[in-house]
Each structure stands twice: as structure tokens, then as C-alpha cells.
Design a protein around this ligand. Structure first.
Ligand code: GLP
Length: 245
């Protein structure tokens, strides 16, 4: 695992955007565009801003780029402002000028959620896998919505959100009760199959989880510790998030 400690949130975004832009510019060879794994949450927002600025300035061409989101709430329809369909459209698809047909988010309102999870796995495989997966980290060490005790071999599936995660995400809803209880998330096994992982974190609230991910034992109690198993994992954090290393 490569760990890069920079001064502040803005530098995290700049350093990470550099790596994502590089993957987009290189593509997959033979003229094929990159396939990105994208994350929601506040952590990657600065990266998306940086990339959007490059796209607007004609310094980055995202034509043909595909994206797969990590997760979605169950029960929020795509039009709900806090559904990850909406969040990804607002923060990634539109600002990066991606073709909406190439941006995939699990359907949390599917009648058969297990079939939806299997279809999502097939779609990732059908796209030839993910070149670079962006990740944030939850204050309890989750990645995507893989809460503590998630299996390292897990695939895209239905999960129950941890009380801590529902409390952390209550800020996006009018009241804590409105935060959905269930979600669909790529599994840790799914995430590990991406060619490269890039996890970003900033702020003191993440310091404990960051230390457990990097220096703690490999344990499903800290799902992000699974990054220790990936040969091409990079973590970029600011001084505050690195405070307990
Ligand atoms: C959310 C998302 C994760 C994200 C994490 C941290 O619940 N499902 O993908 O990494 O929590 O969020 P934030 O970056 O806002 O701290």
C-alpha cells in the first residue's frame, strides 16, 4: 500500500485527481476508454471538482469513459435528491461530461434485489473490470457500504447499514429516521478486483479509521484493512486524517 500524506483537503484532491486524470488519459490501450469506479460521500468531491475544471478547460477528454458506483440506498428512487443515482449524476456524470448511458449505479428499488446485485456484477465484468476504483472511508472503517464484519470475499449484495453510518449520513436527510436502513453495495471481493484502488480521506474524524486501515491487523472489523491485500492500492490523506499513524 502506498500512503501519501499531504497538507490539507485541497492537496488530497489535487494529488488524487492527478492519478485519476492519468488513468483517463491513458485509457485501456487499443483506443478503449477507461472504466472508473466512483464513490459518493464528501471525501471525493474535491477530486471531481478538479477533474471537472480540466474537462471545462479542454485539458481532459472523458469521451467514452464509463463509471460504476460502489453502492446505493435501498428504497430511494433514482429521482430522490439523496439517492446515489442523483448524487453521482450531480457530482460526477454532469460535471465530468460523461455519457449517462455509461454511468452505472445499482438499482435500490429493483423488485428482485438479489437479481439486481448479480446483474451489477455481470455489468462490471462485461465492461472488462474497473481500471481505477476511488474510495472514501467511513468513520467505522467501511468502504462502499461494507460495514464491519463484511467478508473479504463478499460480492455485490444487500446490506443493513450500521447505526454509526446512519448517524453519519443523517446530515443529508431532513431527519435521522429518513436515512434508509438497507443498501446495495459492491462487495469487498468485487472492489479488490479493480486494477488499482485509490482511497482518500481528510479531517480528524477519519484519523482512527485511517490508522486501523493502514497499521491495524487485517480484520473484517475494519473492512478498509482489505486494502492491505491489494498490490496497487494508494491512500492519500491530509495531516489531520494521518494524525494517528
Ligand atoms: C458513505 C459512502 C461511502 C463513503 C463514506 C464516507 O456512506 N457509502 O462510499 O466513502 O460513507 O463518507 P464521507 O466521505 O462523506 O465521509
Amino acid at each position: 500500500m502506498r500512503v501519501l500524506i499531504v497538507e490539507n483537503e485541497a492537496e488530497v484532491a489535487r494529488a488524487a485527481a492527478e492519478q485519476v486524470a492519468d488513468v483517463i488519459r491513458r485509457g485501456r490501450g487499443a483506443g478503449r476508454a477507461a472504466v472508473l469506479g466512483v464513490a459518493t460521500g464528501s471525501s471525493p468531491l474535491g477530486i471531481y471538482h478538479e477533474l471537472a475544471a480540466q474537462v471545462r478547460g479542454d485539458r481532459l477528454d472523458t469521451a467514452g469513459v464509463s463509471a460504476f458506483a460502489l453502492d446505493e440506498y435501498v428504497g430511494l428512487d433514482a429521482g430522490h435528491p439523496e439517492s446515489y443515482h442523483s448524487v453521482i449524476r450531480r457530482t460526477v456524470t454532469e460535471p465530468l461530461r460523461l455519457d449517462p448511458a455509461r454511468v452505472h449505479v445499482p438499482n435500490g428499488t429493483a423488485a428482485d434485489l438479489e437479481a439486481e446485485c448479480r446483474a451489477y456484477e455481470r455489468a462490471i465484468r462485461g465492461a472488462g473490470g474497473i481500471d481505477l476504483q476511488l474510495l472514501g472511508i467511513g468513520s467505522n472503517g467501511h468502504v462502499g457500504f461494507n460495514e464491519p464484519v463484511s467478508s473479504f470475499a463478499s460480492r455485490t449484495r444487500l446490506k443493513t447499514l450500521a447505526p454509526q453510518t446512519r448517524a453519519d449520513n443523517a446530515r443529508f436527510f431532513e431527519s435521522p429516521e429518513q436515512v434508509p436502513v438497507h443498501c446495495v453495495t459492491q462487495g469487498l471481493g468485487t472492489i479488490l478486483e479493480a486494477d488499482r484502488l485509490l482511497l482518500v480521506a481528510h479531517g480528524t474524524a477519519k484519523a482512527d479509521a485511517v490508522a486501523r486501515m493502514i497499521e491495524g491487523p487485517l480484520t473484517s472489523m475494519c473492512p478498509a484493512s482489505v486494502l492491505q491485500l491489494h498490490p496497487e492500492a494508494t491512500v492519500i490523506v491530509d495531516r489531520e486524517a494521518a494524525a494517528e499513524l
